[in-house]
Write a protein that binds this ligand. Structure first.
Ligand code: ADP
Ligand code: MG
Length: 238
């Protein structure tokens, strides 16, 4: 079980609040999208979950373990969370195989596990390419392989497709959701793109100005928006 609980998270930068008590639950194995406009606090929320930003209030619980709370602050490397950043952030001097292996403990870097991961993200045959020789979609698949390597409880994706050409985006979205679903990894994707959230996730959490506006299935959020603002935003008019 790798359920994620985000409980009443309040976070700020230099005293100015950015998240005002955000709560939601992502069931084990589910794929949630946090949808909100630029500046709504999406990246901050992921940083809080990953342990890169300490909340002022609230708690983060994953796989039954408190990761952040009033008296707890588990360091990022001990949270069993994989992060896929916006720009893939591969090591430019390492080939595909070494980039993926980097997510594993040193003793496992030559193991069959790396080949399994190459198959999983569909990069078998490209293992000796350098990042500069890959397409944008292939770079994202390397970043996903690296994030999945240590078998995390949770994978977080911060606007992972926004830098891709529109023509590639649909295909890469489908590949990434297929990999996450086949491994039954609990995942949280943040995006400002309504189509991305509605097409990829089982669950859509709408965020505006650091507050949760709605939390429901894609069809609920689309056909029963809880406020005129959600209706306009999800309808693509904001
Ligand atoms: P999003 O990812 O939805 O665009 P962010 O979480 O990046 O939103 O930002 C939320 C708010 O916090 C914005 O007003 C932004 O300017 C502010 N902010 C983000 N990062 C920092 C930082 N390192 N220092 C100060 N303010 C920040
Ligand atoms: Mg952001």
């Amino acid at each position: 079980m790798s359920e994620l609980q985000v409980r009443k998270i309040v976070a700020a930068y230099d005293g100015s609040p950015v998240l005002h008590g955000v709560s939601f639950v992502v069931p084990s194995g589910a794929f949630a999208a946090v949808l909100g406009p630029s500046g709504s606090g999406k990246s901050t929320l992921l940083r809080v979950i990953a342990g890169l930003h300490r909340p002022l209030e609230g708690a983060i619980v994953a796989a039954g373990r408190v990761l952040a709370g009033p008296r707890v602050d588990v360091p990022p490397q001990r949270r069993r969370i994989g992060l896929v950043p916006q720009d893939a952030a591969l090591f430019p001097h390492l080939d595909v195989r070494a980039n993926i292996a980097y997510g594993l403990p040193r003793r496992e870097r030559d193991s069959a596990r790396v080949s399994e991961l190459l198959d999983l993200v569909g990069l078998r045959g490209l293992e000796h390419r350098m990042p500069g020789e890959l397409s944008g979609g292939q770079r994202h698949r390397v970043a996903l392989g690296r994030a999945l390597a240590p078998e995390p409880n949770l994978v977080l994706l911060d606007e992972p497709f926004s830098a891709l050409d529109a023509s590639l985006r649909g295909e890469v979205r489908a590949q990434v959701s297929q990999v996450l679903r086949s491994t039954r990894t609990t995942a949280v994707l943040v995006t400002h793109d309504q189509d991305e959230a509605l097409s990829m996730a089982d669950r859509v959490i709408v965020l505006a100005d650091g507050r949760l506006e709605q939390d429901g299935s894609p069809s609920e959020v689309y056909s029963q928006p809880r406020s005129p603002w959600v209706a306009r935003f999800v309808g693509g008019a904001v």
